[in-house]
Write a new protein. Structure first.
Length: 457
């Protein structure tokens, strides 16, 4: 009997010691799990059968945001579910060898918006007058079949898809934005896992949703459905805005559905020390090859945003402008601190430039270029530092602002990435458009996401 008593006391002692040691061993109460949703554009890397769906979702985000900002959210379902679907006359087709032809061809090689060949003969040519498609580019004529695979898909979205098809052709059907974003995600995720281990769960969501690339709203809903209570919304953006604000839209949807989850939004990447230094490095790479007595102006070009009061919404108060200023001032100071700049013999200035929607105090590309000529500058170094990883915006949008036809750039490979640079003469100015990859992007993203994670731990 005594022996059994001793055994029980021994077990009790071991159990007590275990309870004391558990916290030290990290085996006590489970660690708080933080879910991280990395949010980005998700531009399709190539134009294939899924690309139209991606760009459709991308533009739907803009439509929804615009209607909300104009206090006309009631119009969004009316436009997207009633008005746009009413426009469905059949299947829109283009000649894959001459997509924007203004006259019909005898035997066109027709494809639809999903890149599938169309071999039917029941089509006719629709001539469209010259004009501009808002935010995308020139209107174009097309072929129309009364039935086919496009019947059931609004003509509007087929037309948008085929507009993008032509742009992809000028990029050799390769949009670098997708690959670059994937790389940023992979490197950021690796660093975050090294820092937080199993305490975080990482998912991804995209604006240009399509198979394999979930929409940021759907990804967020799935995360909370799986039981998440702490969620970091980490937007992969250099500059934030109200107009394009996935994190804000996700929080509104949570509130609308009564979902109880604690969220934190990571800060923008623009203005972080690593990103500022990365932009400065880009400027330095060009300045060391320019004669030091030259007059040089560096254009740090943004995407841009409206800056007018439209009554229903005052764009002059759009937060984007302040966020853009933070990004610009940080990069400007880092460039100014470069040794090559401090010892420069000629005139050297750094300007903030909006590639699109510039008005008021903000310089557009053409106005900035005219001012540079007027003030006697010899060189312009244009660094697309805000949307540089967005292939469409930089290779098509920015170059369009310079009145450059796409495809004239020089391609090179650096650090495993295909990069793009262009040098040309613009009314006497020697212009250099650099590639938009900024080395400090990943580290800036990691720092901002870490701060948000720490705020929830």
């Amino acid at each position: 009997m005594r022996k059994r008593k001793n055994s029980l006391l021994g077990l009790l002692a071991v159990f007590t010691a275990f309870l004391i040691l558990v916290p030290c061993l990290g085996l006590g109460a489970p660690q708080k799990k933080i879910n991280v949703l990395m949010i980005g554009f998700g531009e399709p890397s190539k134009y294939d059968a899924n690309a139209m769906q991606g760009w459709k979702n991308f533009l739907l985000n803009y439509m929804n945001a615009g209607m909300n900002m104009l206090k006309m959210s009631f119009m969004y379902p009316m436009i997207t579910k009633v008005m746009i679907p009413m426009m469905d006359t059949g299947t829109i087709l283009i000649d894959k060898n001459d997509p924007f032809a203004t006259t019909p061809k005898p035997n066109p090689q027709l494809i639809d918006a999903w890149t599938r060949p169309y071999n039917g003969k029941d089509y006719r040519f629709i001539s469209v007058p010259e004009g501009e498609f808002p935010m995308l580019g020139p209107l174009f004529s097309y072929y129309l079949a009364p039935g086919g695979p496009g019947k059931g898909e609004p003509d509007f979205w087929e037309y948008v898809g085929l507009t993008m098809y032509e742009f992809y052709r000028t990029m050799d059907n390769y949009n670098p934005g997708g690959e670059r974003e994937d790389r940023i995600y992979s490197e950021t995720e690796k660093k975050l896992r090294e820092q937080y281990g199993s305490n975080i769960v990482i998912d991804r969501g995209f604006g240009a949703a399509r198979p394999g690339y979930p929409h940021f709203q759907e990804a967020a809903q799935e995360i909370v459905k799986d039981g998440a209570t702490e969620l970091v919304l980490a937007q992969n953006y250099v500059c934030f805005s109200e107009f394009e604000n996935p994190a804000g839209e996700i929080e509104k949807e949570f509130k609308k559905k009564g979902i109880d989850v604690n969220t934190a939004i990571s800060g923008q990447i623009g203005g972080t020390a690593p990103y500022n230094l990365g932009v400065a490095k880009k400027a330095n790479e060009e300045l060391v090859n320019i004669p030091k007595e030259s007059n040089v102006v560096v254009f740090l070009s943004h995407h841009g945003m409206f800056n007018v009061n439209m009554g229903l919404y005052d764009w002059t108060k759009e937060p984007y402008h302040e966020y853009a200023k933070v990004a610009f001032e940080g990069a400007k100071k880092a460039i100014s601190d470069l040794e090559v700049v401090r010892s420069w013999d000629g005139k050297l200035e750094i300007w903030q430039v909006y590639a699109e929607f510039a008005s008021g105090q903000y310089l557009s590309i053409d106005k900035a270029a005219a001012l540079a000529i007027e003030q006697g500058f010899d060189y312009v170094i244009n660094i697309p530092f805000e949307v540089g990883n967005s292939g469409f915006e930089t290779l098509i949008g920015l170059r369009g602002s310079w009145e450059r036809e796409p495809g004239n750039w020089d391609e090179y490979v650096e650090d495993g990435l295909k990069k793009y640079k262009e040098e040309f003469n613009y009314n006497g100015l020697k212009v250099i458009i650099t590639d938009g990859w900024i080395d400090g992007f990943v580290q800036g993203y990691v720092e901002q996401t870490s701060k948000a994670i720490d705020s929830l731990l």
